[in-house]
Design a protein. Sequence first.
Lengths: 242, 473
Amino acid sequence: MEDTNRLETIQAVATALFITCLADTLSPDVGRATVAVLERAGVEVEFPPEQTCCGQLHFNAGHLDEARALARRFVEVFDGYDAVVAPSGSCAAHVRTHIGELTGQDRGVPARTRELSQFLSERTSVELDSGFRGRVAYHPTCHSLRLLRLGDQPLSLLRTVGGVELVELPDAEECCGFGGTFAVNNPDVSAAMLDAKLDAVVASGADVVCACDASCLMHIGGGLRRRGSEVRALHLAEVLAA
Amino acid sequence: MSQAERTASAEPFPRAARAALPNRQMRRNLLHATTTIRAKRALAVAELADWEELRDAGAAIKSSALVSLDRLLVDLEAAVTRRGGVVHWARDAVEANDLVTTIVRAEGVDEVVKVKSLTTDEIHLNEALEAAGIHALETDLAELIVQLAGERPSHLLVPAIHKNRTEIRDLLRDRLGIEDLSDDPTDLTAAARSFLRDAFLRSRVAVSGANFACADTGGVVVVESEGNGRMCTTLPEVLVTVMGIEKVLPSFLDLEVMLQLLPRSSTGERMNPYTSVWTGVHPGDGPQAFHLVLLDNGRTRALADEVGRDALRCIRCSACINVCPVYRQTGGHAYHTPYAGPIGAILEPQLVGERGAAASLPFASTLCGACADVCPVHIDIPALLVHERAKVVSNKRPGLEAASMKLLGRVFRSRRGYERAQRIARFLQRPLVQNGWMQRFPPGPLRAWGRSRDLPAVPRQTFREWWQSRDGA
């Protein structure tokens, strides 16, 4: 039997931010924006400093022993939190589906983990009060689309921002060609896929391409910058926190 | 060339893809054709209220067939034999090719007509027959085009998807000696038709593959669009069918599910124009001799893998190929196997072993998951790609990549190691960075990235450093 008193204490305080190793190291702006959005939504968030990487990189590359060790570690670090929220569809999907399999836990930490827009959508009527202005094309990243099945949760959040003009991204559901190690092990195909995505972004007439994964955005944003494009690649949290 | 030699000499996917990408014409054709076909598929599938139940049923039928293969194949052999057919067993490509060559030779002919068949592409039957002085004429229009061009098919279902009609017009004009030919599809088809009709009428032996075979009745099924397949299975006196052992279904009744799943998934049609089912030999009607060659060629190897065996459910519809963003850029030739795209990337390494070029195929994917959403028999292709990757990793001798993955794994296993690695990266990158972006890319993965994309540098303050400073404030 669970101790009810203990649960209530936990519920009062214990939402953990899983920042992801990539956002921590390369896109701290995404992390800061995530914290801002969560705090505006009235969520008191903690950052367990022991966290590193969920092991998705190793899992997807076929290094399952390392992936299993990191999965166990992840569950230990986030055990005891009522909810775990991550600004990444891909890492949240890895935790929810694969870490469950790797650790034999389908309840517990994997089931309590949410991607940011999922987490926000589960809370009723969040008033985020974003001052963002601009034309936004939303790119549904593959894992948020097909593993988490986020559907239009991120779009619904974007629609709450008065200054956001949503524009349609042609072939929005096509992969941008990132794919983790795919981007460097198959660099030519990856670049060809990215080219198609960038053409679509430019054709949409957007000022900003927005997504729920810092990794895909690093890929798309890196491609836009290489082209000398003015279009910015921003995480959903950055638009919501503006 | 033996199958093993062919696999050994094939180029790994990244290099083969790199060679394919500059072919802009091919990529335009591919994009156009796959876009059309996937839109048709989406409409055809949306019409059925019970599509998801059909997928579940299809997966269940194929899975149950695979676990009872030992019994079903013996049943099939008995049923075919009872109806006057002859069943042969082939462990590999060499045995299958020898069997077919012997049967054709015994008829004393030097030409056979062929029904489009992936399985015979897999074993390179045409080359084996050619070496024995027997010409195998492809009668599926697109297969014929590919054969006349001296190429190999680039798509399971649409073998000449990489060619457009002007290229096809030039090809038919040169190879069939037709001076006056427009690039109108009707004219092109008519030219091929009159050429093929002659062949159907003079050929005494036909070779086919099979989409399904029913263990209870001994019925063998070919699904096609043109009717040329049916010409082959009805006009000649001798019919030889080469079939992978995973194509067997428990019962004729299972076709009720399979014949709904296959055409809607592959061509986006409610029903394909021609479905031929033949059961042994019938005096005075159709071929008077029927040979069924049951081919293993790596299938029992795949079957022994309890996870990997799901790939054997595949009914070769090509829906996964048409939605694959990698295939749509590279085309099928980069996969060096008739089974291109996502299904090829999990099937080929299981059939031939996870080494050589085949070992590069499971990595030819971003794991975007589009394939899994359309598979009519619910093969979890991304999960199988990861499974195959793990087999490749454990097969390979430890190299630089494995060492760096191990090291990275160690770094991630402690907070101290991880934070130290962040600081080391920030220090080491200094000579390469300008304005917060990498300006120069050292050889290796960073250079591969930097060829076409910019990369942000590790910033002055990581997120966790910011959090700590904020916490302290």
